[in-house]
Design a protein around this ligand. Sequence first.
Ligand SMILES: C[S@@+](CC[C@H](N)C(=O)[O-])C[C@H]1O[C@@H](n2cnc3c(N)ncnc32)[C@H](O)[C@@H]1O
Length: 509
Amino acid sequence: MPSITLKDHYVEHEGLLSDKWDIYLSEYERLFRSQRQTPVTILEIGVQNGGSLEIWGKYFPNASTIIGCDINPRCENITYTSDKTHLVIGDINQPQTLEKIFSITQEFDLVIDDGSHTSSDIIGTFCNFFPRLKHGGLYIAEDLHCSYWEDYEGGLHHPRSSMAFFKALADVLNFEHWGIEHSRVKLLQAFGISAPLGEVVLAEIHSIEFVNSMCIITKHPAASNRLGKRYIAGKSALVCDIKNTHGTYIGVPSQDENKFSTSKIANNDQTPPKKTPRNRPLTLAAKIYWHEKQGNAASGYSEVRSSAAKYSTDGERQTLTLLFPDTVGLLDSLRLDISDDLAAIILHGMRLVDSDGHELWQWSGYTNALAKVGGIAFFGDGDGDGDGEPCTLFALNDDPRFELVLPDETLAAIRPGCALLLDITPYTLASQLPRVFAQSGALAAEFRIMAEQLNTRLDQKDRLIASQKERIQRLEKNQHEQYEQLLRAESQLALLKELVVSSGCVESL
Ligand SMILES: C[S@@+](CC[C@H](N)C(=O)[O-])C[C@H]1O[C@@H](n2cnc3c(N)ncnc32)[C@H](O)[C@@H]1O
């Protein structure tokens, strides 16, 4: 026999009064059903006549603790028969009230905010209680229709309404794709969020769901909220070849030059992150070049025998795929230009795979597998002792390169569709300097010079961009002035025509 639903409870309830909208009952049924028999800990903000707490007690017969909090002292008159149900009287965002609640229980499975429905209260309550939600728990804000009304600090386009805040949390959830130097906390600063809601907790937001007048937020450990690796299933690609990307991580392109990514920072943020040229992520390209055997002679390295992949130096670990095209012949040697500008690249691994993804060769971790090195300094491990420590490559000029020491039979096995997979975490060179300084005095001076050069070059670029912007603005202003003059001349001409015609000298013009 199907168990009685939440709506059934509401229809049949005869005790203390509760006030909920129809859609909440069916949504709660969907959201809570799986937890009905578990020892859940529930907090509901807004008790009023107390009926909802009574009904939660019936709907969750094994609940361990049910707490209701209300600012209205008249709620003191409400009594419950179950000793699992606790009433806390006080303003939900006052420290004394928080203390009282946390003295009953520290963490919750379900938090329902049905309190004042005022935007700043809703946001403050989220700051105080989302950090106290257990992993797998649900945080629900009710009656968000108030977010569109002035009396509740709302309005359709109100920048700090509760709905604007929850919509911003959807961006927080996709933080790893922003492509700019920013933080989740800073994005939310304009909403006046308070300390308990820091980067660590925000990374634990797993999902945000909107239903008419409700927002439902779930919390999972940060690691399970990332996009993760790419899964390529199946064998036949009839439309688009996406081989050799299985198991790779997303490569986020830098959005530093995207005004739609950066323009709002200034509005939201009182102290925007200073984008110094030193640490600004760069979009770089890794390239492979190969010699081909042509009779007895070997061909030279050339753009026609090369393949590239782009990446951003934003510190995200990723796999780059450098594909050998249909035109590739019999290889004599293979060169890797890991970057086309200054960068610090942690090399976790390198693999050559065939078009079916079968491994042809794997880098042992020894730096001596990288020969004829130019413009590269190694740092860290790279000793191939199998301790799994990655090696850091410092690209010290804009043409860093090395040849891969590959067995002849591996080179001979390279065919169209094969790929070199690079497992890397790329950073700007300058951002890694403190680490290098701490560990190696010998390289420090060299890197300082490199960083200065990088800085100077970026400064030059910035100055060039600024002067070009100025020039464009001047041209636009001139154009505008000329257009205005033209309009004035046109209207003077029209007036003149009218005068001439009205003087009777001519019939028409
Ligand atoms: C809509 S009623 C709650 C209804 C109840 N949850 C139910 O389902 O029957 C809202 C309640 O929130 C309370 N409230 C308003 N502001 C509050 C605050 N800052 N802290 C705690 N409770 C508050 C009000 O006193 C009111 O009783």
